[in-house]
Design a protein. Structure first.
Length: 303
């Protein structure tokens, strides 16, 4: 039986990690904006934009999360390796495509969609271009995190997440006074790269094994992920982008206030987000022992 104690043992390090990252992220944001409401507005809007695209494009990684967890639980080793290689290939393609898209069209998006102009447009464009690897690294980290989750190893995720957040704070403190908003973007990308390298060190045997086989499930992951993309668009992406576009036209001062509030409110969604990811890990086990309803009740109660 998958009881509340086991679920909480799995989820607690992830909850702690996410809350810690949000809190430390606020400290990093303080250094990143360097007392500039323009920088705060630009960084926050772009972070929301990247978060929206991350959720949208991450639907394909979520399909890997669901299918690989089931394959791992059922000890379907060859299928698990196939799914892993296919997903890493998709992560690479999506990450590179998004980076190129942002570098070419980033300025146009900020100008036309959000109405940015002048110094706000200039600073935001620089920040967005330097943040172009963000989606690729985020998708990679999501996939690598799942490799640890299926093995029920969440404590390493906690420590890597907290250390990367501290790296982000230190780099912002050092770089932003020297090179401005570029330093804020570099700090974020370096901290994400640290997460990627740390996870790769932990799971590289699984990846090397997967890379040795033929990838045949890319289309399966895409077709499974398309409905998730539609759901993500309807539930969050449209709201985030439209609301941010409206707020960005009300002036820098109001936009800065909105940025601070939206950053602080992000901590509220942490527990529900973490427990929702727990479902994909334990649900295959619950199905095998015929306790799906009991498991879902425990998830609902704890989240």
């Amino acid at each position: 039986m998958i009881d509340s104690k086991e679920i909480n043992k799995f989820a607690f390090p992830l909850v702690l990690t996410n809350i810690g990252q949000v809190i430390i992220g606020q400290i990093a944001l303080h250094f990143a904006v360097n007392n500039s409401s323009i920088a705060l507005s630009g960084i926050s809007i772009i972070q929301n934009l990247l978060f929206a695209f991350g959720g949208l494009l991450g639907a394909f990684s979520l399909s890997f999360n669901i299918k690989s967890s089931k394959a791992y639980s059922n000890r379907q080793t060859n299928r698990f390796d196939d799914l892993l290689k296919s997903n890493l290939t998709l992560d690479l393609i999506i990450g590179v495509a998004f980076a190129v898209f942002v570098i070419i069209f980033g300025n146009v998006i900020l100008k036309q969609l959000y109405g940015f102009k002048g110094q706000l447009l200039s600073l935001s464009t620089i920040y967005l271009v330097f943040m172009s690897p963000y989606i690729g690294l985020t998708l990679l980290n999501f996939s690598l995190t799942n490799l640890l989750r299926v093995q029920k190893k969440t404590k390493p995720i906690m420590w890597v997440g907290l250390i990367s957040s501290l790296i982000d704070v230190v780099l912002n403190y050092v770089l932003v006074p020297q090179i401005g908003i570029k330093g804020a973007a570099i700090s974020t990308i370096v901290s994400l790269a640290f997460i990627s390298l740390s996870y790769l060190f932990m799971v590289y045997p699984m990846i090397l094994k997967a890379l040795s086989i033929t990838s045949t499930t890319k289309f399966e992951l895409i077709t499974f992920g398309i409905p998730l993309v539609g759901q993500e668009i309807l539930e969050s992406v449209l709201f985030i982008m439209v609301f941010d576009a409206l707020m960005s036209r009300l002036g820098v001062e109001l936009l800065a206030i909105y940025a601070v509030i939206s950053q602080l409110l992000s901590i509220v969604s942490v527990p529900s987000f973490v427990y929702s990811t727990t479902v994909s890990i334990y649900l295959p086990e619950a199905e095998k022992i015929g306790e799906v309803n009991v498991f879902l009740k425990n998830i609902f109660k704890n989240s």
